[in-house]
Design a protein around this ligand. Sequence first.
Ligand SMILES: [Zn+2]
Length: 123
Amino acid sequence: MIDFVELKKQITMRDVLSALTWRPQYTIADEHRGYCPICEAGKSGRRQKQKFGFGANVAKQVFNCNRCGSHGNALDLYLRVQGQPIYQAAKELCERLRVPVPVLERQFGKRLCDRIVSTRTHE
Ligand SMILES: [Zn+2]
């Protein structure tokens, strides 16, 4: 079992954009805008700002596309673009980013440990 809660904490929007080799057409503060890697709106044709419905915010770790209506977090973006089963896509993403795949072993015990550890590190 992959620990998706942990994975979402480890994977940033920047990581996913680089794994997808997506480059913004322009950037406003933390918002990167360009063609949509899911529906590909704005990928071809004239390069006009209003053609790009897709935006990824690297501070808020979210994306949205006003053409196809896709939105979500960094991991959601990768899953939508790759269109693979979640387990396979998550494993592949970790391999590309060279991060270990977080694994859920004993759910309750592990969660509790994580909570204790993270509480301590935030103090
Ligand atoms: Zn789209």
